[in-house]
Ligand binder design. Structure first.
Ligand SMILES: CC/C=C\C/C=C\C/C=C\C=C\CC(=O)SCCNC(=O)CCNC(=O)[C@H](O)C(C)(C)COP(=O)(O)OP(=O)(O)OC[C@H]1O[C@@H](n2cnc3c(N)ncnc32)[C@H](O)[C@@H]1OP(=O)(O)O
Length: 248
Protein backbone atom coordinates (compact mmCIF):
# COMPACT_ATOMS: atom_id res chain seq x y z
CA UNK A 1 0.00 0.00 0.00
CA UNK A 2 2.99 2.34 -0.44
CA UNK A 3 4.05 2.65 3.18
CA UNK A 4 7.65 3.38 4.14
CA UNK A 5 9.20 3.00 7.58
CA UNK A 6 11.72 5.54 8.86
CA UNK A 7 13.66 3.98 11.74
CA UNK A 8 15.74 6.45 13.70
CA UNK A 9 19.15 5.01 14.35
CA UNK A 10 21.61 7.18 16.24
CA UNK A 11 22.73 5.15 19.25
CA UNK A 12 22.81 5.29 22.16
CA UNK A 13 19.76 7.58 22.55
CA UNK A 14 18.66 8.73 19.06
CA UNK A 15 19.52 12.34 19.84
CA UNK A 16 18.66 14.63 16.95
CA UNK A 17 22.12 15.70 15.84
CA UNK A 18 22.64 17.98 12.85
CA UNK A 19 23.46 14.92 10.77
CA UNK A 20 20.31 13.05 11.86
CA UNK A 21 18.11 16.08 11.16
CA UNK A 22 19.64 16.55 7.72
CA UNK A 23 19.31 12.89 6.78
CA UNK A 24 15.74 12.78 8.04
CA UNK A 25 14.77 15.75 5.85
CA UNK A 26 16.44 14.17 2.80
CA UNK A 27 14.66 10.83 3.36
CA UNK A 28 11.32 12.55 3.78
CA UNK A 29 11.83 14.64 0.65
CA UNK A 30 12.64 11.52 -1.38
CA UNK A 31 9.49 9.81 -0.13
CA UNK A 32 7.37 12.91 -0.83
CA UNK A 33 8.67 12.97 -4.41
CA UNK A 34 8.17 9.25 -5.00
CA UNK A 35 4.50 8.87 -5.80
CA UNK A 36 4.52 5.16 -4.91
CA UNK A 37 4.58 6.18 -1.23
CA UNK A 38 1.53 7.56 0.53
CA UNK A 39 2.41 6.98 4.15
CA UNK A 40 5.36 6.74 6.55
CA UNK A 41 5.70 5.08 9.92
CA UNK A 42 8.24 6.87 12.09
CA UNK A 43 9.84 4.66 14.72
CA UNK A 44 13.11 3.90 16.48
CA UNK A 45 15.83 1.33 16.12
CA UNK A 46 17.23 2.07 19.62
CA UNK A 47 15.74 -0.30 22.22
CA UNK A 48 13.62 1.58 24.75
CA UNK A 49 14.31 5.01 23.30
CA UNK A 50 12.23 6.71 20.64
CA UNK A 51 14.42 9.82 20.76
CA UNK A 52 16.18 11.77 23.53
CA UNK A 53 15.28 14.96 21.65
CA UNK A 54 17.58 17.62 20.33
CA UNK A 55 21.25 16.84 20.66
CA UNK A 56 22.41 18.88 23.64
CA UNK A 57 26.01 18.72 22.47
CA UNK A 58 24.99 20.68 19.34
CA UNK A 59 23.73 23.53 21.55
CA UNK A 60 26.58 23.67 24.03
CA UNK A 61 30.02 25.24 23.62
CA UNK A 62 29.75 25.70 19.85
CA UNK A 63 30.07 28.74 17.56
CA UNK A 64 27.25 31.13 16.66
CA UNK A 65 27.43 29.90 13.07
CA UNK A 66 26.97 26.33 14.27
CA UNK A 67 23.97 27.23 16.46
CA UNK A 68 22.37 29.03 13.50
CA UNK A 69 22.93 26.06 11.17
CA UNK A 70 21.61 23.65 13.78
CA UNK A 71 18.49 25.69 14.55
CA UNK A 72 17.66 26.09 10.84
CA UNK A 73 17.86 22.30 10.53
CA UNK A 74 15.51 21.86 13.52
CA UNK A 75 13.05 24.31 11.94
CA UNK A 76 13.33 22.55 8.57
CA UNK A 77 12.53 19.10 9.95
CA UNK A 78 9.58 20.44 11.93
CA UNK A 79 8.15 22.25 8.88
CA UNK A 80 8.63 19.23 6.61
CA UNK A 81 7.02 16.84 9.06
CA UNK A 82 4.22 19.15 10.13
CA UNK A 83 3.13 19.95 6.57
CA UNK A 84 3.94 16.61 4.97
CA UNK A 85 1.47 15.41 2.34
CA UNK A 86 2.19 11.84 3.44
CA UNK A 87 0.26 10.17 6.23
CA UNK A 88 2.70 10.10 9.14
CA UNK A 89 2.19 7.66 11.97
CA UNK A 90 4.49 7.61 14.98
CA UNK A 91 5.11 4.13 16.36
CA UNK A 92 6.59 5.25 19.68
CA UNK A 93 8.63 2.36 21.03
CA UNK A 94 10.54 4.16 23.75
CA UNK A 95 10.95 7.25 25.87
CA UNK A 96 10.47 10.56 24.01
CA UNK A 97 11.35 13.74 25.87
CA UNK A 98 11.37 17.26 24.34
CA UNK A 99 12.38 17.18 20.65
CA UNK A 100 11.59 13.45 20.56
CA UNK A 101 8.05 14.15 21.69
CA UNK A 102 7.80 17.12 19.31
CA UNK A 103 8.71 14.89 16.39
CA UNK A 104 5.89 12.50 17.26
CA UNK A 105 3.46 15.41 17.70
CA UNK A 106 4.03 16.44 14.08
CA UNK A 107 2.67 13.06 12.97
CA UNK A 108 -0.99 12.49 12.12
CA UNK A 109 -1.43 9.69 14.66
CA UNK A 110 0.58 8.34 17.59
CA UNK A 111 0.72 4.75 18.86
CA UNK A 112 2.67 4.38 22.11
CA UNK A 113 4.02 1.14 23.60
CA UNK A 114 2.54 0.37 27.00
CA UNK A 115 5.67 0.48 29.13
CA UNK A 116 5.73 2.66 32.27
CA UNK A 117 9.27 3.80 31.38
CA UNK A 118 8.17 5.31 28.07
CA UNK A 119 7.47 8.85 29.25
CA UNK A 120 6.83 11.60 26.77
CA UNK A 121 6.44 15.37 26.93
CA UNK A 122 8.11 18.73 26.47
CA UNK A 123 10.38 18.87 29.51
CA UNK A 124 12.49 21.86 28.42
CA UNK A 125 11.88 23.90 31.58
CA UNK A 126 13.55 21.15 33.64
CA UNK A 127 16.72 21.81 31.65
CA UNK A 128 16.41 25.55 32.36
CA UNK A 129 15.48 26.26 28.74
CA UNK A 130 12.23 27.31 27.10
CA UNK A 131 10.22 25.46 24.46
CA UNK A 132 9.99 27.82 21.43
CA UNK A 133 6.58 29.13 20.40
CA UNK A 134 6.20 26.60 17.58
CA UNK A 135 6.92 23.70 19.95
CA UNK A 136 4.25 25.18 22.21
CA UNK A 137 1.80 25.60 19.30
CA UNK A 138 2.28 21.96 18.27
CA UNK A 139 1.47 20.80 21.78
CA UNK A 140 -1.51 23.15 22.17
CA UNK A 141 -2.91 21.92 18.84
CA UNK A 142 -2.70 18.36 20.17
CA UNK A 143 -3.77 18.51 23.81
CA UNK A 144 -5.44 21.91 24.17
CA UNK A 145 -4.39 25.10 25.90
CA UNK A 146 -4.83 24.27 29.57
CA UNK A 147 -3.12 20.88 29.46
CA UNK A 148 -0.27 22.36 27.41
CA UNK A 149 0.13 25.33 29.76
CA UNK A 150 0.51 23.08 32.78
CA UNK A 151 2.66 20.50 30.98
CA UNK A 152 5.04 23.11 29.54
CA UNK A 153 5.54 25.09 32.75
CA UNK A 154 6.13 21.98 34.84
CA UNK A 155 8.12 20.19 32.11
CA UNK A 156 5.85 17.18 32.56
CA UNK A 157 6.80 13.81 31.12
CA UNK A 158 3.67 11.67 30.86
CA UNK A 159 3.69 7.88 31.28
CA UNK A 160 1.57 6.04 28.68
CA UNK A 161 -1.78 6.01 30.53
CA UNK A 162 -1.50 9.75 31.24
CA UNK A 163 -0.32 10.53 27.71
CA UNK A 164 -3.45 8.77 26.42
CA UNK A 165 -5.71 10.53 28.92
CA UNK A 166 -4.55 14.02 27.91
CA UNK A 167 -4.62 13.19 24.18
CA UNK A 168 -0.87 13.34 23.64
CA UNK A 169 -1.12 9.91 21.99
CA UNK A 170 -4.05 8.28 20.22
CA UNK A 171 -3.50 4.69 21.31
CA UNK A 172 -1.48 2.76 23.87
CA UNK A 173 -0.86 -0.88 22.97
CA UNK A 174 1.35 -3.76 24.17
CA UNK A 175 4.92 -3.24 23.06
CA UNK A 176 4.89 -6.12 20.56
CA UNK A 177 1.83 -4.67 18.83
CA UNK A 178 3.06 -1.13 18.17
CA UNK A 179 4.13 -1.76 14.60
CA UNK A 180 1.13 -3.88 13.58
CA UNK A 181 -1.23 -1.30 15.11
CA UNK A 182 0.53 1.49 13.23
CA UNK A 183 0.07 -0.49 10.02
CA UNK A 184 -3.64 -1.06 10.54
CA UNK A 185 -4.19 2.59 11.48
CA UNK A 186 -2.29 3.53 8.33
CA UNK A 187 -4.68 1.44 6.21
CA UNK A 188 -7.59 3.36 7.69
CA UNK A 189 -6.00 6.75 6.89
CA UNK A 190 -5.03 5.64 3.39
CA UNK A 191 -8.63 4.67 2.65
CA UNK A 192 -9.40 8.40 2.47
CA UNK A 193 -8.75 10.04 -0.94
CA UNK A 194 -5.33 11.73 -0.75
CA UNK A 195 -6.33 15.12 -2.17
CA UNK A 196 -9.19 15.60 0.31
CA UNK A 197 -7.13 14.46 3.29
CA UNK A 198 -4.11 16.54 2.29
CA UNK A 199 -6.14 19.73 1.79
CA UNK A 200 -7.83 19.17 5.14
CA UNK A 201 -4.48 18.62 6.87
CA UNK A 202 -3.18 21.80 5.29
CA UNK A 203 -6.25 23.71 6.40
CA UNK A 204 -5.68 22.57 9.98
CA UNK A 205 -1.90 23.05 10.12
CA UNK A 206 -0.84 25.81 7.73
CA UNK A 207 -1.72 28.75 10.00
CA UNK A 208 0.56 27.32 12.71
CA UNK A 209 3.39 26.57 10.26
CA UNK A 210 3.04 29.99 8.62
CA UNK A 211 3.75 31.71 11.92
CA UNK A 212 7.25 30.19 11.84
CA UNK A 213 7.75 30.53 8.07
CA UNK A 214 7.07 34.28 8.30
CA UNK A 215 9.71 34.80 10.96
CA UNK A 216 12.27 32.04 10.45
CA UNK A 217 15.31 34.31 10.52
CA UNK A 218 14.03 36.22 13.53
CA UNK A 219 13.43 32.89 15.29
CA UNK A 220 17.05 31.88 14.58
CA UNK A 221 18.33 35.20 15.93
CA UNK A 222 16.20 34.75 19.03
CA UNK A 223 17.56 31.24 19.50
CA UNK A 224 21.14 32.49 19.08
CA UNK A 225 20.70 35.17 21.73
CA UNK A 226 18.99 32.72 24.07
CA UNK A 227 21.34 29.77 23.71
CA UNK A 228 24.49 31.93 23.90
CA UNK A 229 23.61 33.34 27.31
CA UNK A 230 26.10 32.26 29.97
CA UNK A 231 23.28 31.18 32.26
CA UNK A 232 21.73 28.94 29.56
CA UNK A 233 25.07 27.41 28.61
CA UNK A 234 25.68 26.72 32.27
CA UNK A 235 22.25 25.04 32.69
CA UNK A 236 22.91 22.82 29.68
CA UNK A 237 26.38 21.85 30.91
CA UNK A 238 25.04 20.98 34.36
CA UNK A 239 22.25 18.89 32.79
CA UNK A 240 24.66 17.04 30.48
CA UNK A 241 27.06 16.41 33.38
CA UNK A 242 24.19 14.94 35.41
CA UNK A 243 23.31 12.60 32.54
CA UNK A 244 26.93 11.52 32.22
CA UNK A 245 27.41 11.04 35.98
CA UNK A 246 24.32 8.83 36.23
CA UNK A 247 26.51 5.90 35.23
CA UNK A 248 29.42 6.64 37.54
C1 LIG B 1 11.28 31.70 24.03
C2 LIG B 1 12.29 30.64 23.65
C3 LIG B 1 13.01 31.00 22.45
C4 LIG B 1 13.86 30.27 21.83
C5 LIG B 1 14.13 28.87 22.14
C6 LIG B 1 15.35 28.69 22.82
C7 LIG B 1 15.78 27.56 23.22
C8 LIG B 1 15.14 26.26 23.05
C9 LIG B 1 16.24 25.31 22.91
C10 LIG B 1 16.22 24.04 22.85
C11 LIG B 1 15.12 23.13 22.87
C12 LIG B 1 15.49 21.85 23.08
C13 LIG B 1 14.57 20.73 23.05
C14 LIG B 1 15.27 19.42 23.37
O1 LIG B 1 14.97 18.44 22.77
S1 LIG B 1 16.48 19.42 24.57
C15 LIG B 1 16.84 17.72 24.89
C16 LIG B 1 15.97 17.21 25.99
N1 LIG B 1 16.22 15.83 26.22
C17 LIG B 1 16.27 15.29 27.43
O2 LIG B 1 16.04 15.92 28.42
C18 LIG B 1 16.62 13.83 27.50
C19 LIG B 1 17.92 13.63 28.19
N2 LIG B 1 18.27 12.22 28.20
C20 LIG B 1 17.71 11.34 29.06
O3 LIG B 1 16.85 11.64 29.85
C21 LIG B 1 18.24 9.93 28.99
O4 LIG B 1 19.45 9.94 28.30
C22 LIG B 1 17.28 8.95 28.31
C23 LIG B 1 16.05 8.70 29.20
C24 LIG B 1 16.84 9.43 26.93
C25 LIG B 1 18.03 7.59 28.11
O5 LIG B 1 18.54 7.15 29.33
P1 LIG B 1 19.68 6.05 29.37
O6 LIG B 1 19.93 5.75 30.81
O7 LIG B 1 19.35 4.93 28.46
O8 LIG B 1 20.94 6.75 28.69
P2 LIG B 1 21.92 7.83 29.35
O9 LIG B 1 23.00 7.10 30.09
O10 LIG B 1 21.17 8.84 30.09
O11 LIG B 1 22.54 8.52 28.05
C26 LIG B 1 23.48 7.86 27.23
C27 LIG B 1 24.39 8.90 26.61
O12 LIG B 1 23.62 9.77 25.80
C28 LIG B 1 23.81 11.13 26.20
N3 LIG B 1 22.57 11.88 25.97
C29 LIG B 1 21.36 11.64 26.48
N4 LIG B 1 20.45 12.51 26.01
C30 LIG B 1 21.12 13.33 25.18
C31 LIG B 1 20.72 14.46 24.37
N5 LIG B 1 19.45 14.90 24.32
N6 LIG B 1 21.67 15.06 23.66
C32 LIG B 1 22.95 14.64 23.68
N7 LIG B 1 23.39 13.58 24.42
C33 LIG B 1 22.46 12.93 25.16
C34 LIG B 1 24.16 11.02 27.67
O13 LIG B 1 24.83 12.18 28.10
C35 LIG B 1 25.05 9.79 27.67
O14 LIG B 1 26.30 10.20 27.18
P3 LIG B 1 27.66 9.50 27.65
O15 LIG B 1 27.59 8.11 27.11
O16 LIG B 1 27.67 9.55 29.15
O17 LIG B 1 28.74 10.34 27.04
Amino acid sequence: MGVAVIKLKNPPVNSLSLEVLTEFVISLEKLENDKTFRGVIVTSDCPGIFSAGLDLTEMCGKSQAHYAEYWRAVQELWLRLYLSNLVLIAAINGVSPAGGCLMSLTCDYRVLADNPKYNMGLNETLLGIVAPSWFKDTLVNTVGHRTAERALQLGLLFPPAEALRVGMVDQVVPEDQVHSTALSVMAQWLAVPDHARQLTKNLMRKPTADRLVKQRDADIQYFLRFISRDSIQKSLRVYLDKLRQKKG
